[in-house]
Design a binder for this molecule. Structure first.
Ligand code: UDP
Length: 238
């Protein structure tokens, strides 16, 4: 549907992140789910932001299903929230520094405390909430903290715009756009039970927990229909 996902496994994505950090190779990572891909179909600028990333992770069962319908299967779903933890593990091993940006006041700090406890060796060098007015002040604060990695958790497309627009100014090796992950790390938003994740039902859990997401989540069947439509048109035109 116009988004170039990297067809790697979670451990391959992790190895790539490790090598980028090791070599000081700069980049930003995006983690689009089906709703986000659906949004990008009608927004050339946003699609370019996604495709301009160093790594594009298939975040969600919807993306895996869409890829299958289109005849370009993806090996596995790689959730941004899990990849973020893999990056914490790498940083912990190498005494690396992580900055957390996003979510409501207090959440990034709480997420930082949980992550530092879970990954001894990891330094949380700073946190800031995602409801700032002055972008330049935030950028200066981040640079002063000298992070190796920055988690940008402002929701899509705000986080992708932030990473791309300020890529040159931000003195960080790797930036990850991770949506609502800080709420997850802080324990504010709980993930679905493992069996639901394994049965590709995480979307249902989120819908039951937050019924106001229904409007947004209607993009999921629309996305699947759009994939099927494209596949049929392709076959029709030989
Ligand atoms: N958020 C933020 N600043 C904003 C808008 C949203 O920091 O101006 C945060 C919000 O608090 C939440 C996250 O961004 O923690 C978006 O979460 P969501 O689950 O909607 O992410 P997505 O599904 O878009 O990845």
């Amino acid at each position: 549907m116009g988004v170039g996902f990297d067809n790697l496994t979670k451990s391959e994505f992790t190895a790539r992140a490790e090598s980028m950090l090791h070599n000081g190779e700069r980049g930003y990572v995006v983690t689009p789910n089906a709703e986000i891909v659906y949004e990008s179909i009608h927004d050339d600028g946003f699609r370019a932001l996604l495709n301009g990333a160093s790594m594009v992770l298939p975040d969600g069962a919807g993306v895996v299903l869409g890829a299958k319908i289109l005849g370009t299967p993806i090996r596995e779903k790689v959730a941004g929230i899990e990849f973020g933890e893999e990056v914490c593990r790498i940083l912990a091993k190498n005494q690396g520094r992580l900055y957390l940006l996003g979510s409501k006041p207090g959440i990034a700090k709480a997420a930082g405390e949980k992550l530092a406890e879970k990954y001894p060796g990891l330094t949380i060098c700073g946190t800031a909430d995602g409801y700032f007015k002055d972008e330049q002040a935030v950028i200066e604060k981040i640079n002063a903290a000298r992070p190796d990695v920055l988690f940008v958790c402002l929701g899509a497309p705000k986080q992708e715009k932030f990473m791309k627009e300020h890529f040159e100014e931000l003195e960080v090796t790797l930036m990850l756009g991770l949506g609502g992950s800080l709420d997850g790390y802080a324990g504010v938003a709980q993930r679905a039970p493992r069996w639901m994740i394994d049965m590709s039902l995480e979307w249902l859990y989120r819908l039951l927990k937050e019924p106001k997401r229904l409007g947004r989540m209607m993009r999921l069947p629309k996305f699947v229909a759009a994939c099927a439509g494209r596949k049929l048109r392709r076959e029709h035109h030989g």
